[in-house]
Design a protein around this ligand. Structure first.
Ligand code: NDP
Length: 461
């Protein structure tokens, strides 16, 4: 390290990406500090993926109970207690945050509790602490924050996912605005917990950007789980009354509810970071502009994770952190490969996808695509009245016969897609998938036994 700086690396934000970069670099013998203004762990651990998954699991129990009755079980007075769950969840989140903190300490990283603001390209001030530190290199990993349309009359009555993790009591009715990951996940959570749930989305179907068959299938399945889905609608205002809230829609509909939650996207967390003072530029979308190696417009400053708005997923931020560390501190230039990153939506039923949608493949595969689709009732539901169906779809490049997209809607779809992603990433062909012997009886065996090509997309929206 140049002796003129306090640290070799100063990381702003102790989320998944920032913590990984800080630990790797400190373990490599460098002097590292990380500043965090809230709790160590970031969005994923504190108010995102992890608590969300616990909520999904709590909610799914109601479905398991329904299935159990079909198998001969009976439960007297089965009921859910929200405060008990919240407390258990918060204890676990505190434990995980503690592990993150301990691991930073074990690696020799200095943890600074406070808000860091850039004063220049090498200087950071910790707000309210009268503390200024210098660093040879700086990494910005401040993540994102929920966005809601502030111009909408009455928007101050609406919550976002942040508050949804800590509602003092479970509402009887909830209205969720949006049609992305967070909207469909929370709609499933609340509906499973017995809340009268309405999802309102401005587009023609939920999960824009996903395969059209997935979108159509999921919309049908979540309605079977009791969620009211209202499509093609915009909000006009939210009114507070003495009986709760009234959501007025532009088409004249008025919906009474107890809680309105906006899940209308997240924006990079760049406000008041002092970026201009350090020469760090934003792109047109308001995210920190970076090159393939995550370097910003300032030579000694890098940025990773949601604040760069590339692919806003925890494992991607972690890989970006590793690539940053290798490039900057190991003399081994690396950039993350964004191809064939699998993703899961923890809706109920959940979605797991990797690779291209059918529409994307038709656009990029010159010789066209072969599409294989199956829809079936999982064996688990045989003794129940449930008519829930699983969707599995393989998209194959007609020329190379490589499987370029896998799309699953159904129980354990996220677990299955992790393994399918290996085959897609490896570029295996449909014949190689078929040469893999089935595991019976499973749902996943369908993925290696799909025989009939579909002539046209059946679920286009
Ligand atoms: P998304 O970008 O996925 O979805 C935002 C939704 O809000 C879209 O349906 C969008 O509609 C709608 N919307 C945006 N602006 C308005 C508006 N002015 N009025 C009405 N509707 C509007 O964001 P999320 O908040 O759901 O999630 C943020 C990101 O976090 C995700 O993209 C994902 O990267 C990550 N995430 C990942 C999870 C996972 O891996 N399981 C879970 C949760 C989040 P339209 O489609 O028409 O633009």
């Amino acid at each position: 390290m140049s002796h003129s700086y306090d640290y070799d690396l100063f990381v702003i934000g102790a989320g998944s990406g920032g913590v990984r970069a800080a630990r790797l670099t400190a373990l490599g013998g460098k002097k590292v500090a990380v500043a965090e203004e809230y709790r160590v762990g970031g969005t994923c651990v504190i108010r995102g993926c992890v608590p969300k998954k616990f909520m999904v699991m709590a909610s799914e129990v109601s479905h398991a109970l329904e299935i159990a009755e079909g198998y001969g079980w009976s439960f007297d007075n089965a009921r859910f207690d929200w405060p008990t769950f919240l407390q258990a969840k918060d204890v676990e989140i505190a434990r995980l945050s503690g592990i993150y903190t301990a691991n930073l300490g074990k690696a020799g990283v200095d943890l600074i509790h406070g808000r860091a603001v850039l004063k220049d390209a090498h200087t950071v001030e910790i707000v309210g602490k009268n503390q200024t530190v210098t660093a040879e290199r700086i990494l910005i990993a401040t993540g994102g924050r929920p966005w809601k349309p502030e111009a909408l009359p009455g928007i101050e009555h609406a919550i976002t996912s942040e508050e949804a993790f800590h509602l003092p009591e479970l509402p009887k009715r909830i209205l969720i605005a949006g049609g992305g990951y967070i909207a469909v996940e929370f709609a499933g959570i609340f509906a499973g917990l017995g809340v009268d749930t309405t999802l309102i989305y401005r587009g023609p179907n939920v999960l824009r950007g996903f395969d059209d068959d997935v979108r159509a299938h999921l919309a049908g399945e979540i309605e079977k789980r009791g969620i009211k889905v209202i499509l093609g609608c915009q909000h006009a205002s939210i009114e507070k009354t003495d009986r709760g809230l009234v959501n007025h829609l532009e088409n004249g509909m008025r919906i009474e509810t107890d809680v309105v939650m906006f899940a209308t996207g997240r924006v990079p967390h760049v406000v008041d970071l002092g970026l201009e003072s350090a020469g760090v530029e934003l792109n047109e979308a308001g995210a920190i502009k970076v090159d393939a190696f995550s370097r910003t417009s300032a030579d000694n400053i890098w940025a990773i994770g949601d604040v760069t708005d590339r692919m806003n997923l925890t494992p991607v931020a972690i890989r970006e952190a590793v690539a940053f560390h290798q490039t900057v501190f190991r003399d081994n230039p690396q950039h993350f490969d964004y191809e064939a990153v699998a993703t899961a939506v923890f809706s109920q039923p959940p979605v797991g996808v990797v690779g291209l949608t059918e529409a994307e493949a038709r656009h990029s595969c010159a010789a066209g695509v072969d599409v294989y689709v199956t829809r079936f009732r999982p064996m688990k539901y045989a003794f129940t009245g449930s008519d829930e169906r699983v969707l599995m779809k393989l998209v194959v490049d007609a020329d190379t016969q490589r499987v370029v997209g896998v799309h699953i809607v159904g129980p354990d779809g996220p677990e299955m897609i992790q393994l399918a992603a290996i085959a897609v990433k490896a570029g295996l062909t449909k014949a190689q998938w078929d040469a893999t012997c089935a595991v019976h009886p499973t749902m996943a065996e369908e993925l290696v036994t799909l025989k009939d090509k579909q002539t046209a997309s059946s679920g286009a929206v």
